[in-house]
Ligand binder design. Structure first.
Ligand code: NAD
Ligand code: DAU
Length: 357
């Protein structure tokens, strides 16, 4: 199997962690440097349990993707042939309350990384095998009505500061391919769920609130639709793109599992009630509360994944309800991890975001 040297940015976050663990388990000749600023969303404890032989293939560097001298040093030291760019501010609600960090990390950070990658690629004689994989989101396409799906040619129409910053970063990545020839690829993915997701996002937040018998805050009428994908299936799709994807292309990745938010919350209530032996007046659905809607809240996302299916033979291996049950079980079994990531900063966020809803 081919050897690869990867720079993974944001590898201590939710998807990055799952990606690194997936590579360690499935690609024995790939070595990774994980560059992460360890914001509230990044957690090194995610790798604590790795056996030494696996840990040796993963070098962690604490740093910011905007730090040009650090990037230059890393590219010189490690001679990367692949960059997998996850690092971002990723939470829509936080982008509404504080958009600037999204501009800095998602736009400026991506630009600095492209600049460092291009310099190194040119110094090495522009190898064709180099890849810069930019992990982006379906939110750049804006909102769908009740019909249709996002394809790779859907026009960009972002609604939140988060999706606007991701759209801007996508444009820079595409421009670096068209203008300088840097072999970039963009993936636009739908909502992920699974182990190690920070409990500010819908699924882990609801799991923990159900466990702790707290209110379950559903925004607006709860009929907004997301297209859910188990994070391991996303990671598998990214590996296919790295191994067989064509430079300059975009690939949409989605789970084909459209659900209204209220359906997801009700299902989580049922899954946890079974495990916590709750029913009748104690049933968790009694905790659901419809609260003020998110401003600019996109109504529906759905991905047409036929390009990645047709070209690269990828499709999700996990069924939504089963993967959701596995995720519930992971959180129940990993409450130590949950306590570790719920810092003072986390508690402050919960108070600010949900305080007056
Ligand atoms: P996350 O918030 O869990 O993790 C982000 C990571 O980036 C954290 O470890 C954080 O410490 C790090 N980081 C933030 N700013 C940094 C900086 N300036 N320098 C270095 N590291 C920095 O995010 P996630 O959910 O794992 O998402 C990863 C990527 O995938 C993001 O680019 C996101 O836009 C994209 N994406 C996420 C989803 C999803 O459903 N979670 C879906 C599609 C695309
Ligand atoms: O679509 C991909 C995107 O999915 C990624 O690019 C983002 O990084 C990721 O955070 C996610 O964005 P969403 O805004 O869709 O995810 P979130 O988990 O915040 O919300 C999912 C849906 O649930 C959304 O319609 C808002 C709603 N919601 C969310 C929270 C946190 C609630 O009703 N109540 C809540 O408390």
């Amino acid at each position: 199997m081919a050897t690869k040297s990867l720079l993974v940015t944001g590898g201590a976050g939710f998807i990055g962690t799952n990606f690194i663990r997936h590579i360690l388990a499935t690609r024995p000749n790939w070595h990774m440097v994980n560059l992460d600023a360890l914001t509230y969303a990044g957690n090194l404890a995610n790798f604590q349990d790795l056996a030494t032989n696996l840990a040796n293939r993963h070098r962690f560097i604490h740093g910011d993707i905007r730090d040009e001298s650090l990037l230059a040093l890393l590219f010189a030291e490690e001679s990367f042939d692949t960059v997998v760019h996850f690092a971002a501010e990723s939470h829509v609600d936080r982008s509404i309350m504080g958009p600037e960090a999204f501009l800095k990390t998602n736009v400026e950070g991506t630009f600095r990384l492209l600049k460092a990658s291009l310099k190194s690629w040119e110094e090495k004689g522009r190898p064709e095998s180099f890849r810069f994989l930019h992990i982006s989101t379906d939110e750049v396409y804006g909102s769908l009505g009740s019909e249709g799906c996002f394809t790779e040619s859907t026009p960009y129409d972002p609604s939140s500061p988060y999706s606007a910053s991701k759209a801007a970063s996508d444009h820079f990545v595409r421009a670096y391919f068209r203008t300088y020839g840097l072999p970039t690829i963009i993936t636009n993915c739908s909502n992920n769920f699974g182990p190690y997701q920070f409990p500010e996002k819908l699924i882990p937040l609801m799991i923990l609130n159900i466990m702790e018998e707290k209110v379950l805050p559903v925004y607006g009428d709860g009929k907004h639709v997301r297209d859910w994908l188990y994070v391991i299936d996303h990671c598998d799709g990214l590996v296919r793109v790295l191994e067989e994807g064509r430079p300059g292309e975009t690939y949409n990745i989605g789970g084909g599992a459209e659900r209204q938010n209220i359906e997801v919350v009700q299902l989580l209530c049922r899954l946890l009630d079974l495990r916590l032996d709750r029913s009748g007046s104690k049933a968790s659905r009694n905790l659901i509360k419809f609260v003020t809607d998110r401003p600019g809240h996109d109504r529906r996302y759905a991905i047409d994944a036929s390009k990645i299916k047709g070209e690269l033979g990828w499709s999700p291996a996990h069924e939504f309800e089963e993967a959701l049950a596995a995720t519930v079980d992971w959180y129940l079994a990993n409450m130590d991890w949950v306590e570790m990531v719920r810092s003072g900063e986390y508690r402050k966020w919960i108070e600010i975001n949900y305080g007056d809803r």
